[in-house]
Design a protein. Structure first.
Lengths: 259, 285
């Protein structure tokens, strides 16, 4: 393992431009972020602030137009099992059972069958889907699909879990339950999580640090440490203070854009 | 498509999915069969009353066709050239339908995968196929007989041609419409490059490929009569042509019925196989 002072993820002055119908659009400009091992970091912002772009650069799906994204000090050159992605639309393989979806990564990396079986069984239990091991994705609810997506990434020994509004398509009750489960998993496994959301409450509830981003051009505005003890009470005065502060910060951009 | 009860059950309150779709209750099956047979029964009755007892009718009544069909199958009634020859003709047509279909699969499937996956191949081959595709199989008949001679080789070629395009077009479509998200998911899980072909492209395209196979086999039956206009002695198309020249319209109708039933049964078999292979797909399972 690398020396403890080295950040697991480092975003250095990263910018990203896309060509849209002949015009150049700046999706992200001058982003700097350093994530330590075991940290839970939320990227918070309205649509168009470049939070998903930043996440996709960290995943290796997109190359930065300027600057550099590194993992353990090495430039990220493409997707890698060390950085698992959880998509909002799940991205499960519809032809594979829950078991085989979770086993997809280990199988791709040529693990022996017996080891895959054990790994899969362990992670199916961890996300509580024992009764659905042989079901196919179309037979599962949204919450269950997202559990499979998380288990699939963990079973592949990902060190960093990148989550792109993973609970955005779920109903409120399921979302809260999965937030709790995710924190529980994170506490037990020592994972590093980079989590994109546009929900202020979700960000404060989950994160060690909240990265506030704003649009046109997409950029990082501020980074806030959330020092509240866990499990956090969303109705506590301290929680509400932070909520108000972040809300004001997010809304100030609207004013600036309009002005 | 019938709704899968396991899906409906899993949507609001997730319950353990049943591994097999529930068997329909007997009366529902009976009702289904009765509804399916209603129109053929009405047609047969209309046919009967329009033709029976008219000595100069050019269309034979159903009873006469039935007698001819029995004679064609087992003989012992007319004892002419057609008696007890049904199995021979059916066997000959089956071998051409499945032979031509197999040839079409052999060519269309790899070509479709290639055209769908490799842009250069698409640019090179797609325009040619697009121009050749609208040419009807019937139009190929004279050329086929010049190229492959009188006889079964031309028949195989024409059936092949009929089955080729549906398989090709649907394979290309299936390969090209794989969700980009699945490639991202595969690559972040460690499955990259050419490994994605077998583990992502092929299974994702399977429902579409399967639709192509089903359509292709259907077309193989459709073109069998044209295919057997090439001077072959046996086959359902061949007896239809021969009976037509002898004005044996009842034999013509027998041939039509047998082609219809055989085509229907072969489609059913393909569908059953598909349901097993594609149980994961909401639109096939």
């Amino acid at each position: 393992m690398a020396e403890p002072t080295l950040p697991i993820l480092e975003i250095r002055d990263v910018g990203k431009t896309f060509a849209v119908q002949g015009k150049t659009v700046t999706a992200l400009k001058g982003a700097n972020l350093s994530v330590k091992r075991g940290e839970f970091v939320c990227l918070l912002g309205a649509s168009g602030c470049g939070k998903s772009t930043l996440l996709r650069i960290a995943a290796g799906f997109e190359a930065p137009s300027s600057g550099q994204a590194c993992m353990w000090g090495k430039p990220i050159a493409g997707p890698d099992p060390a950085r698992g992605m959880v998509f909002q639309d799940y991205g499960l393989f519809p032809w594979l059972s829950v078991r085989d979806n979770i086993g997809f990564g280990p199988k791709s990396r040529g693990r022996p069958a017996a080891e895959i079986r054990d790994t899969v069984a362990r992670y199916i239990d961890l996300v509580g889907l024992g009764a659905f091991a042989d079901a196919h994705p179309h037979q599962l609810s949204g919450g269950m699909k997202q559990r499979v997506a998380i288990a699939r990434v963990l079973a592949n020994e990902a060190e960093v879990v990148l989550m792109d509004e993973p609970f955005g398509a779920l109903d409120a009750m399921t979302r809260e339950r999965l937030q709790d489960e995710l924190l529980d998993l994170w506490g037990r496994t020592g994972l590093t999580v980079l989590f994109v959301t546009h929900a202020i409450e979700e960000a404060i509830f989950l994160a060690d640090r909240v990265v506030v981003m704003s649009p046109s051009p997409g950029r990082i505005d501020a980074v806030h440490d959330i020092a509240l003890p866990r499990r956090r009470d969303v109705s506590s005065p301290a929680f509400n203070d932070i909520r108000r502060m972040l809300s004001a910060q997010l809304h100030s951009h609207h004013g600036r854009v309009a002005a | 498509m019938s709704a899968n009860p396991a899906v409906a059950a899993a949507a609001p309150v997730p319950a353990a999915p049943s591994s097999r779709p529930r068997v329909a209750v007997p009366w529902a099956r009976l009702r289904e069969a009765a509804l399916a047979l209603a129109i053929p029964a009405v047609l047969a009755i209309v046919w009967h009353f329009l033709t029976t007892g008219r000595p100069y009718s050019l269309i034979p009544p159903p009873a006469e066709v039935w007698t001819a069909l029995v004679d064609l199958a087992v003989g012992g009634i007319n004892d002419d050239a057609f008696s007890a020859t049904l199995l021979t003709h059916l066997g000959a047509s089956l071998s051409r339908v499945y032979g031509g279909f197999a040839l079409a699969v052999l060519f269309a499937l790899p070509l479709g995968l290639l055209i769908g996956r490799v842009p250069l191949m698409r640019q090179l081959l797609d325009p040619t196929f697009q121009i050749l595709r609208p040419v009807p199989v019937t139009a190929w008949l004279p050329l086929a007989m010049i190229l492959f001679g009188l006889g079964p080789r031309s028949a195989y070629f024409l059936v092949f041609l009929g089955a080729f395009y549906p398989i090709l077009v649907n394979t290309i479509f299936g390969v090209r419409s794989v969700e980009p998200r699945l490639f991202e998911a595969a690559s972040m899980l460690g499955c990259r490059g050419s490994a994605q072909f077998a583990r992502v492209v092929l299974p994702a395209a399977l429902p579409s490929i399967f639709t192509g196979l089903r359509l292709g086999l259907g077309f193989a039956w459709v073109v069998i009569v044209v295919g057997e206009m090439t001077g072959v002695q046996t086959g359902l198309g061949a007896i239809i042509m021969e009976a037509r020249q002898l004005s044996r319209t009842e034999i013509v109708i027998c041939g039509m019925i047998v082609i219809g039933v055989a085509g229907f049964l072969s489609d059913r078999i393909v569908m059953l196989i598909g349901r097993r292979l594609l149980a994961w797909s909401p639109s096939h399972g």
